[in-house]
Design a protein around this ligand. Structure first.
Ligand SMILES: [Zn+2]
Ligand SMILES: [Zn+2]
Length: 142
């Protein structure tokens, strides 16, 4: 299986050649709530070499509590979030599930930074939960 999608205006296109994501997460950190209009971001993490992004992207970012830099890329025309990348894990790209489409293979497995979620947040109890940053995902390739 591979994954593909585009931003709301179609200017940015994403293609992923992996069979499955390394990990899928929803993130409730404050910055993600700001990016996602109050909810969490939904993310599929892939080996960076498996992700091809075409079209112009703009970027911004922040410095995490860990001291690592989080850079996120978005379409400068329509504002759709495309992917993010951590300076500590440049071998991974965190693709926003919204740009790929919500296929069953991209169902979130984990909710992270739940300590920062609003009290009215609806978090699926079936998800593995982390109050803050979880351990880095391990790439298993067969
Ligand atoms: Zn766009
Ligand atoms: Zn976040």
């Amino acid at each position: 299986m591979a994954f593909a999608g585009q931003c709301a205006c179609g200017q940015v296109k994403v293609a992923v050649k992996a069979d499955a994501p390394v990990a899928t997460r929803q993130c409730w950190c404050r910055q993600c709530q700001q990016l996602a209009a109050g909810g969490p971001t939904h993310n599929a993490i892939f080996d960076a070499g498996d992700v091809t992004v075409t079209g112009d992207t703009a970027s911004s970012g922040w410095t995490a509590a860990s001291g690592n830099t989080l850079t996120y890329y978005f379409c400068p025309s329509c504002g759709t979030q495309v992917y993010g990348q951590s300076s500590a894990r440049m071998h991974l790209k965190t693709v926003r599930i919204g740009v790929l489409g919500a296929t069953p293979a991209l169902r979130p497995q984990m909710a992270i930074w739940t300590a920062e979620a609003p009290e009215w947040a609806m978090i699926d109890p079936a998800l593995e939960r982390h109050a803050g940053q979880p351990p880095a995902p391990v790439i298993a390739k067969d």
